[in-house]
Design a binder for this molecule. Sequence first.
Ligand SMILES: Cc1cc2nc3c(=O)[nH]c(=O)nc-3n(C[C@H](O)[C@H](O)[C@H](O)COP(=O)(O)O)c2cc1C
Length: 430
Amino acid sequence: MRDDQTGPARDREGRAAREERGRPPRRIVVVSGGGIAAYKIPDLVRKLVRAGHSVRCALTPAAASFVSPLALQTVSGEPVRQSLLDPGEEGQIGHIDLADWAELVIVAPATANLLARMAHGLADDLVTTVLLATRAPVLVAPAMNLNMWDHPATRQNLDILRSRGVHMVGPDSGELACGWEGAGRMSEPAAIAEVAESVLCPDTLAGERVLITAGGTREALDPVRALTNRSSGKMGYALAAEAARRGAEVVLVSAPTNLPIPVGVRRVDVESALEMRSAVLDEIDACGIAICCAAVADFRPAEAASRKIKKEDLEPDAGLRLELVRNPDILAEIAAPGGERARRVVVGFAAESHDVIGASERKLARKGCDLLVANDISRRDAGFETDTNAVILLEPGAGPEELPLLPKGEVAARILDRVDKIRGERSSRS
Ligand SMILES: Cc1cc2nc3c(=O)[nH]c(=O)nc-3n(C[C@H](O)[C@H](O)[C@H](O)COP(=O)(O)O)c2cc1C
C-alpha cells in the first residue's frame, strides 16, 4: 500500500491486496467496554479498515462515556450499535444479525466487568448478547487496574474464557491510567490488529518451528567502531510476523535493528556474523524451516582492537590499513546437501545491484537452498531500508517469478505461500 494515497483509495488497495493473495477481507465486529483505553479504539478500527477488512462497532452503555460513537462511525463507515432495546436498531433483530455477520469479534477494551459477564454467559446488554449469540472466534484485549487484573475472580473468569477457546492479547505492563504501575494496560492497537490477523489466518505452519535471520551484522573494529551494512531488518521482521500469524513457533536471530519484536516471536539478539552463526547452529536442529534474510558481512576485521584506535597513535597524515578475513557462509552451511537437508526447507536471500536474475541463479546453485529471494538493490523503492520490496523468487528447476512492488508484509506472505507449496510437494512425494 502506498503512503501517498487518500483514505478510500488505501482501503480499496488493502482489500485488493488481500483478494490477490487469496486472503479475502473479513467482517470484524469490535465491541468495547467502559475503560479508559477505549479512546484507542478508533485507531484500532482504522488499522483494521486499512488492512482491507469491514468493521462494525458496538459499545456497552459505559463505553460510550469513554469513546465517541461518532468517531467510531467515521472511521468504520458504519453506524455504531449501542442499545439492545432500541426499536429502531432492533428492527430486524439487529443483535443476531451482527453476531451472524461477524467472522471475528474483538473485545477491546475488555473490562473486568465485561470479562465476568462473558464468563458467566450473561446477555444483559447489546454487547454481551452479541458475544453469546456469535459463532465467530472471539479475541479479548483486557484493560484494567492491576489489582482488578490480579483478583482471583478475574483470574477465574479468564480461565473459563480460555478453556472455551477465547483468544487473548495482553495486557501490557506499564503506567496505568489509575496511577498504578504494573500489568493491566491494554495492548497497543497495532498489536491487537496483528493478533486479529493471526486468529483469522489459516494455521498452515501450526506445529512447525521456523528460524529466521534478520538485520545487518556488525563487525567490530574496536570498542567504538564497526563495519556494517544498510540492512534495516524490515524484511526479516515481516517474515517473522507472518510466520507467527500462520501458527509457527518463530525464533528470530536478529542483528541490531530499531524494530519491535513481532507478536508471538522469540528473538535472539546477536551482533557479528560469528555470533549469528553460533545462534543459528544452536537453534537449527529443532527447525523445519530456515529463512536466512540477514545481510551477513562477508568479511570482518582480522583483529578487533581491544582499545579505541586513536589517530594520535598513528604517523601524522597516515591512513589506516585494515586487514579483513572471510566470515563463514551461514546459508551454505545449513543448506548443505545431506540427510538433514532433505527434511528442512531452506530459503536464502540475494541482494544484487546488476544482472539480478543471472547472479541469483548462480547463487541458488552454489548454496543449494530450496528457494532464493532476489532483491534488486539498485531500485530506490525496494531492498534496504524501504517499506516496500520487489523481489524475484527462484526455485531449482523452475523459472523465476517476478513479484510486483509490494509492502514487505505482502512479500513475506508470498514467500511463505511458496514455502507452504514446497512443503506440500515434499510431503506428497514422501
Ligand atoms: C474513569 C474510569 C475508568 C475506568 N477504567 C476501567 C478500566 O480500565 N477497566 C475496567 O475493567 N473498568 C474500568 N472502569 C470501571 C468500569 O467502567 C465499570 O466496571 C463499568 O461497569 C464497566 O461496564 P462495561 O464492562 O459494561 O463496559 C472505569 C471507570 C471509570 C469511572
